[in-house]
Design a protein around this ligand. Structure first.
Ligand code: CMP
Length: 140
């Protein structure tokens, strides 16, 4: 199977606890390479646009405020079947429902403060990568 890329965010709850290295170890140990990465503070506008698909959900405003509350690490991960693989490594959205050994089960605090975001399809991965990275910033 050819290599695939997916987009990942290490969220403010995780950067606040300095566990970005532990999270990256999970990716690397399970076959995903970090081929681009930067730490930044999202603007409200960026957070709103990034999560626009959730704009009608009751948690949208709170989610935006949470995502701008501290630094995040945006990443491109590469590997075989990277989109599905990353979702497996992250675990279910709600840490309480995530399988043992997954990032969200080990590190997530609750359904909102769940430590990581990952693209849910190859099409969204492409769009999300483009949202944060230019081609020259990605080095495979
Ligand atoms: P993520 O994978 O980044 O996609 C949307 C985010 O919204 C999700 O992770 C959570 O951080 C948040 N989220 C999803 N469902 C809820 C919920 N029911 N209540 C609060 N936040 C949620």
């Amino acid at each position: 199977m050819p290599k695939q890329r997916t987009f990942s965010i290490i969220k403010p709850d995780a950067t606040a606890r300095s566990i970005t290295g532990k999270i990256n170890s999970k990716f690397e140990e399970q076959g995903l390479r970090v081929v681009a990465q930067k730490r930044l503070r999202m603007s409200r506008l960026q957070a709103r646009e990034f999560y626009i698909i959730h704009k009608d959900r009751p948690f949208y405003e709170e989610l935006v405020e949470y995502m701008v509350s501290g630094p995040v690490v945006v990443q491109v991960l590469e590997g075989e079947n990277a989109v599905a693989k990353n979702r497996e490594i992250m675990g279910a959205t709600d840490p309480a429902k995530a399988d043992a050994g997954t990032i969200r089960r080990e590190f997530g605090e609750n359904i909102e403060r769940n430590s990581v975001h990952g693209s849910d399809s190859p099409e969204n991965a492409e769009a999300e990568i483009r949202f944060f990275f230019s081609g020259t910033e990605i080095v495979g």
